[in-house]
Design a binder for this molecule. Structure first.
Ligand code: ADE
Ligand code: ZN
Length: 335
């Protein structure tokens, strides 16, 4: 098996997928019709043509417009179930799904509706596809810390249905320290902690995520390479980075996949993982991210195995499930 065949065969965990970013244009249009929501694009093709992003904000504007078709429990279920079917085709065995409640509560959709639809899809994925999964509630960082506190309060009746909290949306100008108090409260509640940092923002934001929010993983984190002391700290503490190569390409964090820092992150001894971020918008699901990165950077079979092992080690699964997934990986890698 060469490296590409190996990508397709090995079991993997996906740890950085915004479920609203898995809404394909066809599903956006069918949900818009089902719910009587008007879209500012005349056709699926016109919408797809708008997917020419210059930076994170240019993407977020379209991403929030796409999410406006989600109103009912069945809409959230249909979106997540479509993702799980694609993930299954890519041999994803465990997935941790980000969701953005504030995008929906701002339109009058109760957080309980969002969580109920997503959980039903998670349960079906476990029963029919053997995929384990968890939900991670993300606070929108362009909004205030008070709004994040209100969102947490709103979601607490559903506490057993999400494993952790994250921080996403427009990064520059909204440092992690803006959310120190709400994340402290989340830690008291026993929630697992992650945050986007170092996607467009500077290494200082990654330091803040570590020190102020006490994150267990960094989402993206690619700009850590600008600060050798930070790289040393991330390596020493083995803080995982959930890296998203096609996202970095489409949002112009890198201009060419051949310049992507994935190989440098691995060579620096970091626990890097491959993820799809917003696959419906960035041109591919998990295996497309793996395959294009392998091809662009000439990654070896050992690199591919290390990336898959990192994803399992960095996941929030039980120790029994981790042992099971690592054994599946070892069996395929040895075949
Ligand atoms: N929300 C969805 N995708 C995101 C990304 N790549 N960065 C920040 N917020 C996001
Ligand atoms: Zn993301």
């Amino acid at each position: 098996m060469n490296a590409i065949e190996l990508v397709r065969a090995i079991p993997k965990a996906e740890l950085h997928i915004h479920i609203e970013g898995s809404l394909e244009p066809e599903l956006i249009f069918s949900l818009a019709q089902r719910n009587g929501v008007a879209l500012p694009y005349p056709s699926v093709q016109a919408l797809r043509e708008a997917y020419a992003f210059t930076d994170l904000q240019s993407f977020l504007d379209i991403y929030y417009a796409g999410a406006s078709v989600l109103l009912h429990e069945a809409d959230f279920f249909d979106m997540a179930w479509a993702y799980f079917q694609r993930a299954h085709a890519d041999r994803v065995r465990h997935a941790e799904l980000f969701f953005d409640p504030q995008t929906h509560t701002a339109r009058g959709v109760p957080v309980g509706t969002v969580i109920a639809g997503l959980r039903r899809a998670c349960e079906r994925a476990q029963a029919e596809l053997g995929i384990s999964s968890e939900l991670i509630l993300c606070f929108l960082r362009h909004l205030s810390e008070e709004a994040a506190f209100a969102t947490l309060e709103d979601a607490l009746p559903y506490r057993e249905h999400f494993i952790g909290v994250g921080l996403d949306s427009s990064e520059v100008g909204h440092p992690p320290s803006k959310f120190s108090r709400v994340f402290a409260r989340c830690r008291e509640l026993g929630l697992r902690i992650v945050a986007h940092a170092g996607e467009e923002g500077p290494p200082a934001y990654i330091w803040e995520a570590l020190k102020d929010l006490k994150v267990e993983r960094i989402d993206h984190g690619v700009r850590c390479l600008e600060d050798p002391a930070l790289v040393a700290e991330l390596a020493r503490r083995r803080v995982p980075l959930t890296v998203c190569p096609l996202s970095n390409l489409k949002l112009c964090v890198v201009n060419d996949l051949r310049d992507h820092p994935m190989k440098r992150l691995l060579d620096a001894g970091l626990c890097a993982t491959v993820n799809s971020d917003d696959p419906a918008y960035f041109g591919g699901y998990l295996n497309a991210n793996f395959e294009q990165t392998v091809q662009a950077l000439g990654l070896s079979r050992d690199d591919v195995i290390a990336l898959a092992r990192n994803s399992i080690e960095a996941s929030f699964v039980s120790e029994a499930r981790r042992v099971e997934l690592l054994a599946e990986l070892a069996a395929v890698a040895a075949a």
